[in-house]
Write a protein that binds this ligand. Structure first.
Ligand code: SF4
Length: 323
């Protein structure tokens, strides 16, 4: 029987009727335009989150980097998440490659695939995504073609267990590292990019590392740094289903056992005026009615009362909620 809609000829659409929570793979969310509305593509990056959609879409870091990359001229930015086992089985059975949500491009066709290492339990998901995306698992098996596979986030501070699988590690704040990474494209060869990154502060490139420690890149002035003016609004429920605005980095408590507190030192606060401005912009742009103040310990934010004062009129007049 012929399909009623042409879309049903697309293998992705056929998969959607066979898996749980098809919205995980549908894409098309508000704000997910990937940048590069016009002009020539100079570089492409796929932000890859090694967990399912509703977990990955709750990660504020990718919202910031996506918004930032989509504003860089010539850069195409897209996203991929780890499929749930039912979708993975369907893809393997039907020989489908893992592609981005925006265009379905296989991971292997991007210039850069950038994973975030939020917790070690997802390490095996990274291998699943590389394999499904058509990228050889090991650096030693990758030829001249194919993307540079990089990793950032807290897990990149202890990179050695994952060295066989990543071409480079990004150490520090993504707002500083991402533009430097993309500046190497278009490139003559993978080796040119990796040699260039190895000489750039904040990048650890195991194949070309000449010894010594890698200095972490730290964005000291959050007010002066990049602030997102847009976000991707999921079309189905996710775990943190609201606008998120980062109020500070680091943590005032300094618990000795805490990796997150140590790798994000020192404490750097965003001003209440900036926090309120970003919150207002994103609430209007997204249609959400709730904004969360995000950090490692937001109750320690010294500007919290001022933010409430500044947002108060909007909170009461428009029934916005603050969490
Ligand atoms: S994030 Fe929590 S555990 Fe870590 S230093 Fe801050 S208060 Fe301590």
């Amino acid at each position: 029987m012929p399909y009623i809609f042409d879309e049903l000829e697309d293998p992705i659409w056929r998969m959607l009727s066979s898996v749980k929570r098809p919205s995980r793979y549908a894409g098309g969310e508000w704000g997910a335009d990937g940048g590069l509305a016009e002009g020539k593509e100079r570089s492409s990056i796929c932000l890859a989150f090694p967990d399912v959609y509703e977990v990955g879409m709750s990660y504020l870091g990718f919202q910031i980097l996506y918004n930032m990359a989509s504003g860089i001229p010539g850069v195409r930015v897209e996203r991929a998440y780890c499929p749930w086992p039912d979708a993975e089985a369907y893809m393997r059975e039907n020989r489908m490659a893992l592609g981005s949500l925006e265009s379905g491009r296989p991971l292997s066709s991007f210039d850069v695939v950038g994973f975030t290492l939020q917790y070690e339990l997802t390490s095996t998901n990274i291998l699943t995504m590389l394999d499904l995306g058509g990228i050889p698992l090991k650096v030693s098996e990758r030829g001249e073609k194919g993307p540079i596979v990089v990793a950032g986030g807290p897990g990149a501070f202890a990179p050695e267990p994952l060295v066989p699988f990543f071409d480079a590690f990004c150490i520090g704040d993504g707002e500083l590292l991402l533009p430097d990474l993309l500046s190497f494209f278009p490139a003559r060869s993978r080796e040119d990019v990796l040699r260039g990154l190895a000489k750039t502060e904040g990048f650890y490139v195991p194949a070309f590392h000449e010894g010594g420690s890698v200095r972490r890149r730290v964005l000291m002035d959050l007010d002066g740094g990049f602030a997102p003016s847009g976000m991707i609004v999921p079309s189905s429920e996710i775990i943190h289903d609201r606008v998120g605005v980062e109020v500070f980095r680091g943590c005032t408590r300094g618990c000795r056992f805490c990796q997150a507190g140590v790798v994000s030192r020192p404490v750097r606060e965003r001003s209440p005026e900036r926090v309120a401005g970003i919150a207002r912009d994103l609430l209007v742009m997204s249609g959400y009615d709730e904004v969360g103040l995000v950090s490692l310990a937001s109750c320690d934010y010294s500007g919290i009362e001022r933010v409430i004062d500044l947002l108060g009129p909007d909170l009461s007049a428009k029934n916005f909620r603050l969490s």
